[in-house]
Ligand binder design. Sequence first.
Ligand code: GCU
Length: 561
Amino acid sequence: DAGKRGNNRRRTFWRDFRPPPDGALVEYSWDDSPKMTVPSDWNSHAPELLWYDGPVYFQRLFDAPAPASPTDGQRRFLCFDAVNYHATVWLNGEWLGEHEGGFTPFALDVTDRLVAGVNRITLCADSRHHREAVPTDYTDWQNYGGITRSVWLTSVPATRIDDAVVRLVDDRVQVIVTLAGPAAAGAAVAVTLDPLKLSGVTDAAGQVTLSARRPRALALWSPDQPLLHPLEVVSPTDRLRDRVGLRHVAVAGQQILLNGKPLWLRGISLHEEPIGPVGTRRMNEADARRLLAEAKALGCNFVRLAHYPHGETTVRLADEMGLLVWAEVPVYWEHIAYGSDHTLALATSMLADMVRRDRNRASVILWSVANETPVDDVRTRFLRALIAEARALDPTRLITAALNKNVDVGGAAEGQSHFVVEDPLAADLDVIAVNQYEAWYSTRRPDQLDQVRFSSKFAKPLIFSEFGADARYGTRGPRGHLWTEEYQAWLYEETLKLVDRTPGCAGISPWLLKDFRSPRRWHGQHQQFWNRKGLIAETGERKLAWTVLHDYYARRAADPA
Ligand code: GCU
């Protein structure tokens, strides 16, 4: 870490704003360095950085409001919504802290480090993924590097409201408030969720659980009626406001129940990348709203936010727009170091950060711990530890994982396939999810999908979390030709029939809404470093398959049975 590299001054002057001593060899100059807008990724910022993977140093000056008074007891934090992949931060030339993980928030205490007036923050964002990283560098998406989500400075009372968890348990509204700071214990706390008014006193650990029967006025949240209620939590020195939905989610046999009624998930998978000609990780609210509006236009009531925690703005918009959410940590593919304690600790902290950030979002119904991971004991032990953590942090939501190893037990006749989900991890999941690419990554063609059937050995809901085919928008031709929009549409038509004849299927989230950048997609005519399984092009044009899924969802919505 450069910040700790001792006296190798030649290479660390960048931390100090003072010019280097005359004659010193210094191989950079902040004043002559390029500038970029943050939050964003450097790959989309400059053509020469499109494929750059490594450290980039950022520096800016900012005015810090002088503490109201040295004794006001306020704590000041620098908050980061995400930096991909590893962040090292210096403030006024002194090392402040580090964070590993490209998609979850972190905060650094700067209370005693800020100076009144001009301060200088230096941040190294290193996009490289080491062998024990989560994910590794082996992913089917562009590894956008940089300060990819917002950064801000906040000030909180010495004793703050650190957390307020709102849950519906049976038909009681439960609010668990946790204070942090010197006066956390024995403090009076009041919660308003109109018309509910609850109050209590925190215990020695600074926590209090308040609950009351849910009044009818606090109507339940659902995709059709995404009602959010104003929440206010007041402690002696702090106040928290939010808007929350109340709903139940559960499984019963092979059904998913929302507010006690069977639910069929009309979904679509999404990467965190806005509609537009240039692939980028920069998603502002308008970008997120437009992407989710495309899902709503498709007839979705569900989005799989793949393969990592998306921005909080997106999840809050799902609350507002009435889209159920599958949220996941990037435990992705077989290269993860499943036997490493560091990797498990890292994945566990990412999961915990995701759950703590989003567990008040009614739209989130599924926590996913993995995508397409190898079926072996080391991986299964790793994922069971993650599942235990998720259940400890949030006993109210369903746990899933996208599996992809099915055993083909063969069909009744020659040439038939019967894929049975036998992954031992399924025993630990509430909802079983399967990625399958028959008629794309297989020798079959769509008209042979009638030879295929899926089932699972577990009496649990099963969802198809991925299926699809590449087609560049505008590539037209006979439907038998790979890479055409017609082929993609044909695959959807035939796969949807397979879905309809799969026992226990509780929904789908096809792969995926929009073409996205990937360094693995090299076909010079059809891909150009874009994965083109989108139902819409990167610039938003809808392909033929969009209509196939739209019409199917319209029928499903009319007859949800
Ligand atoms: C995999 C994986 C996706 C990938 C997709 C594809 O199953 O989960 O991240 O993009 O298939 O091959 O297009």
